[in-house]
Design a protein around this ligand. Structure first.
Ligand code: 7TS
Length: 410
């Protein structure tokens, strides 16, 4: 008996209105959670209630609605603090998403510190948003980008990591879970090795937080970035966790309202954390929705969700492996949340179109991880990615649809 037996997936599914939709007349099988997950009624209602009865701008009005909205916004921050176990609220900065969180660290932490001869260390399995911000900052400063290679199985070559980490390394930035391969990286080990040389570490948690319990204090990471929309929350909201000491030493990323204590033409005094990094009117409804999403996930428990999803991953892996001409890309020992694959005879985009006709939503393409595609010498993969509401029956529908696709193209 697997852990999934105790897990009330039917009742979870009932909370997600979109899962009742039909696509091309077929029940929706939503397996594109790594791109963006769906929303439970609890999240939709929290946003609706804010707009219907509690909305105004925050941190500025003495009137009741402004105070209510401010409270709701800061409650969202408190939910995030608890969710990742940050030491304090002001280590939680709201951004528009993982992408902005990483750019913030690149421009505000790295740029003022880097000079020619310094190195930023990333890996070959990063999403473009954990590559390009570092290329930009290297161009601005003369620093160099170094890349930890990956094995054929899709695991980091940790001996190469140990060689590439050195006294020139100014920062390590690594994804906890690969969005293209599903690999779970040994981030605790990476952080420990980097800290032994006094090197700070940013963890890209975009694909980790929906699947793995995260404790930033236990990890001892210096920065942690994630997005709300992969965690059953709204788009346009994300988080940058940073250690207080580092965030305090960083200049603001953007200037504007709310990030100042006083402004005159003689000079401006910046606000304290976290507001120093939250210029302008923020995504208030996004924060409220994210808070509701976190509350929802915590009600089921990430441990239970992880066990359920692991059951899906194991079942899907064993089923897909039995399909002739199907090759799984990414066979790390430790994986979470998704399977990338290619078929001998069918381009991934055609797989995506054929599966869509069966109501099965997957993503096809390079997954904004082109270096991964280049590493395996393929143009693209088909990727089925799982969420807390997916079922073993849906994997059967996926497998059936793949067989049908192969039949059509053979
Ligand atoms: N890092 C990783 C590991 C990701 O998977 C993504 C998005 C990002 C960063 C960027 O997140 P954003 O919310 O700022 O856009 N990944 C994907 C994906 O795999 N398919 O669509 C988006």
């Amino acid at each position: 008996m697997s852990n999934t037996d105790q897990y009330d997936v039917a009742s979870i599914r009932n909370d997600f209105p979109i899962l009742g939709e039909k696509i091309h007349g077929k029940p929706l099988v939503y397996l594109d959670n790594a791109a963006s997950s769906q929303h439970p009624a609890q999240v939709i209602n929290a946003v609706k209630e804010l707009y219907e009865s509690g909305y105004s701008n925050i941190h500025r009005g003495v009137h009741q609605l402004s105070q209510d909205a401010t409270k709701a916004y800061e409650n969202g921050r408190s939910a995030v603090r608890g969710f990742i176990n940050a030491d304090c609220m002001h280590e939680v900065v709201f951004t528009s998403g993982t992408t902005e969180s990483i750019n913030l660290v690149a421009q505000s932490y790295a740029r003022p510190r880097l000079q020619k001869g310094d190195e930023i260390l990333i890996t070959h399995m990063e999403h473009h948003s954990n590559i390009v911000p570092w290329q930009i900052v290297c161009e601005q400063t003369g620093a160099e980008l170094k890349v930890v290679p990956i094995s054929d199985r899709g695991e980091l070559e940790m001996d190469r990591f140990a060689e590439l980490l050195n006294e020139r390394t100014a920062l390590v930035s690594v994804t906890q879970v690969s969005n293209a391969l599903g690999t779970v990286n040994p981030v605790a080990e990476i952080i420990e090795a980097a800290h032994a040389l006094g090197v700070p570490v940013l963890v890209d948690g975009a694909q980790a937080v929906p699947h793995i319990p995260v404790d930033v204090q236990a990890l001892d990471c210096d920065f942690y970035a994630f997005s709300g929309h992969k965690l059953y929350g709204p788009t346009g909201i994300g988080v940058l966790y940073g250690k207080e000491k580092l965030l305090n030493a960083m200049p603001p990323y953007q200037g504007g309202g709310d990030m100042i204590l006083s402004v005159s033409f003689d000079g401006t005094t910046y606000n304290t954390l976290p507001y120093k990094f939250e210029a302008g009117t923020p995504n208030i409804a996004g924060v409220v929705g994210l808070g509701a999403a976190i509350e929802y996930v915590q009600k089921t428990g990430l441990g239970a969700i992880a066990a359920h999803e692991y059951g899906l991953l194991e079942y899907a892996t064993s089923e897909l492996k039995q399909i002739d001409g199907l090759r799984i890309i990414g066979e790390a020992d430790h994986k979470a949340g998704l399977i990338s694959f290619v078929l001998d005879q069918v381009h991934p985009h055609d797989i995506g179109t054929m599966l869509d006709a069966e109501g099965v939503a997957i993503r096809t393409g390079h997954h904004c991880a082109q270096p991964v595609m280049e590493r395996y010498k393929i143009p693209a993969t088909a990727r089925a990615s799982f969420g807390m509401y997916n079922t073993l029956q849906e994997i059967d529908v996926l497998v059936e649809a793949i067989h049908k696709t192969i039949g059509m193209f053979s």
